[in-house]
Design a protein around this ligand. Structure first.
Ligand SMILES: Nc1ncnc2c1ncn2[C@@H]1O[C@H](COP(=O)(O)OP(=O)(O)OP(=O)(O)O)[C@@H](O)[C@H]1O
Length: 241
């Protein structure tokens, strides 16, 4: 049997006295868009960082195509956008993306295709430092897309986008998924991703729900936000978070 693109097996991570994630298990289905949803501090980034080998689990494991990410051998299969994975001060848009492409042994044509896909071709020569937050999100997406990967992992891709940017993101991710790419994205913006995701993992230190959006919302009869709060019982914390 082929391994799923992403599989968490009882992953627990402690930072000293803080239990960031506990006994997290779920799978991401191929060719679908899965939203890892939770309030601030629910453990989304920790889970994605553990998946990418950027933090060591306290116990359990998280696998990409059945292996630890570091043991994948073909990292080009996975595109990643997550905070803290480098950005080169002073680089231009095309220069920054070119650094990634070169590191992965890709050609200039990959850079141009990815810039086109995220609508940044016209600002290829602009300094990254001069980009708006929305354009930075597009560049982060281009970084994830540059190798034309089978799996894309995006930490909070909707943050900083205005309503038209969110619509645009939805369209770009849908087009990717239609071509067979699997997408795992994290978000604390429930309304923004409600129309984007096929499957949902609700995280509140541990998994509160993992399954299709359709089942969670009874085919759209209930709002994702209402179902979310009924599962995590965190309205108070969320409104202050
Ligand atoms: N390096 C660290 N050292 C200590 N505690 C940490 C560290 N990283 C995260 N935490 C804690 O672990 C918990 C989960 O944080 P995490 O960043 O994974 O959540 P999140 O869902 O991504 O939140 P946000 O949406 O705010 O980024 C929080 O209590 C956080 O304070």
């Amino acid at each position: 049997m082929t391994a799923p693109p992403v599989r968490f097996e009882s992953l627990t991570k402690r930072y000293g006295a803080t239990l960031a994630v506990e006994d997290v298990s779920f799978e991401v289905a191929p060719g679908r868009i899965t939203g890892l949803l939770g309030r601030n501090g629910a453990g989304k980034t920790t889970s994605l960082r553990a998946l990418l080998g950027l933090v060591a689990p306290t116990s359990g494991r998280a696998l990409v195509f059945g292996r630890p990410y570091a043991a994948l051998g073909t990292p080009q299969r996975v595109g990643v956008s997550i905070d803290g994975i480098g950005s080169t001060p002073g680089a231009t848009v095309a220069g920054e993306l070119g650094i990634w492409a070169t590191a992965m042994g890709l050609s200039r044509a990959h850079v141009e295709r990815a810039l086109g896909e995220v609508g940044l071709s016209d600002v290829a020569g602009r300094k990254v430092a001069k980009l708006s937050q929305g354009m930075r999100q597009r560049l982060a997406l281009a970084t994830a897309f540059v190798a034309d990967p089978e799996l894309v992992i995006l930490d909070e891709p909707a943050t900083g986008l205005d309503p038209s940017g969110i619509r645009w993101l939805r369209r770009v991710l849908r087009e990717r998924a239609a071509r067979g790419t699997t997408v795992l994205l994290s978000s604390h913006l429930l309304a923004e991703v409600e129309e984007t995701v096929d499957d949902v993992v609700i995280l509140d230190r541990t998994v509160r729900y993992a399954g299709s959006l359709e089942s969670l919302t009874s085919g759209g009869v209930q709002r994702l936000e209402d179902r979310f709060f009924s599962l995590v019982d965190a309205e108070e914390q969320y409104s202050h978070g």
